[in-house]
Design a protein around this ligand. Structure first.
Ligand code: NAP
Length: 335
């Protein structure tokens, strides 16, 4: 994989670090809106080419894959351009805010004989696989609470009416899109499509959801996904089953650092939590390893599985955003 990047936020720094040890991925070019920044970023990451013109970069035949880490609202138009230029695309989460846009991108990829992936870390980690393989230990899961609550460094500014991308509805910001999307993917990866969804947002002064609770209802099971940019809590996901409980440390953030299993309280005498996870290192490495495999092997089975999950997530975003916007339009109380 010869790689070009779009965006120069901290997630791109982490991406460069995460692919360092992967044989077969070679960064070739970076794009930034200004040449000074592009050159500085290229130097920082020892990448040969710097561009401030996206069309010019996409016309460069020296790379085959673009990693897009721009504000959410630019995902669709930039991915579209890249696919039209015949590049594979690794698109940061959330893929697109709607099913329609997501489908369009997948169709375009197929038409141009390339692949497009959503960069959602959690489902690619070894610890996600271990959790999924051992889920039966807990018996029937009845309740899950996946909580990703991270007070945003941009929240204070937002409350002072200085709106950065993460709190801007026009940039597809908000707690659902930025944060709760990890929980959505965790739930979808483990349990598939829910029967019903309800989104209860806390609305900010411009109609953005500064936090919110997304309820995913399955037959005989509820998964409560909490996403917050206005307050913090432990990054914990718990899954409560009839025969025990899983506690997933950083399970809501996409890292999946630790997976612990606790038997039911009454059977707990002398028993300690059972750790079923491994030390993974950088969690972002695994998605890139999977994308590399899918591309190198032209592995349609992997590709279709990731695509199906991304489309399901887009369905949930569609529905939850419609519920959020209806509440805002009805003049629901906002901060
Ligand atoms: N996977 C993860 O764990 C993870 C973590 C954090 C973020 N993300 C995702 O990564 C993406 C980027 O997040 P971020 O927090 O880095 O976003 P951001 O700071 O708002 O913007 C990312 C980059 O896009 C460019 N940019 C900013 N505003 C722009 C505008 N108005 N028009 C055009 N380009 C603009 C900037 O790069 P230049 O100035 O160089 O052009 C900036 O560095 C988002 O989709 C986010 O959801 C993923």
């Amino acid at each position: 994989m010869k790689l070009a990047t779009i965006g120069s936020g901290s997630i791109v720094d982490l991406m460069f670090k995460s692919i360092e040890g992967i044989d077969g991925i070679e960064p070739v070019a970076v794009y930034s809106r200004t040449m000074d920044k592009a050159k500085a970023f290229a130097k920082k990451h020892q990448v040969a080419k710097a561009y401030d013109d996206l069309d010019a970069m996409l016309g460069d035949s020296q790379f085959d894959t673009v990693y897009i880490a721009s504000p959410n609202a630019l995902h669709y138009p930039q991915a579209k351009k890249a696919l039209e230029a015949g590049k594979n695309v690794i698109l940061e989460k959330p893929f697109t805010p709607s099913r329609k846009q997501a489908e369009e991108l997948f169709e375009l990829a197929e038409k141009n004989g390339v692949m497009i992936f959503e960069a959602i870390t959690n489902i690619h980690t070894p610890n996600f696989g271990l959790l999924k393989d051992n889920l039966d230990m807990a018996g029937e899961i009845r309740e899950g609470v996946l909580n990703f609550s991270q007070y945003s460094s941009r929240y204070k500014k937002y409350m002072d009416h200085i709106v950065e991308n993460a709190f801007d509805p026009k940039m597809d910001g908000g707690a659902l899109m930025d944060i709760n999307i990890y929980n959505i993917h965790l739930a979808l990866g483990l349990f598939g499509k829910p029967e019903r969804i309800v989104y209860l947002p806390v609305l900010g002064w411009n109609g953005i959801d500064t936090s919110g609770v997304l309820l995913l209802q399955y037959p005989h099971m509820n998964i409560t996904c909490i996403g917050s940019k206005d307050s913090s809590a432990d990054y914990l996901a718990t899954l409560q089953g009839e025969k025990g409980t899983f506690s997933i440390v950083n399970g809501s953030t996409g890292r999946m650092s630790d997976v612990l299993f606790t038997p039911p309280k009454r059977e707990m005498e002398q028993q300690e939590d059972l750790k079923i996870s491994v030390d993974q290192g950088l969690h972002m490495t695994y998605e890139f390893m999977d994308f590399l495999t899918a591309l190198n092997e032209n592995n349609k089975e992997m590709y279709e599985a990731y695509k199906a999950q991304t489309l399901l997530a887009a369905d949930i975003l569609d529905e939850a955003l419609a519920q959020r916007d209806a509440l805002a339009a009805a003049g629901a109380q906002s901060l």
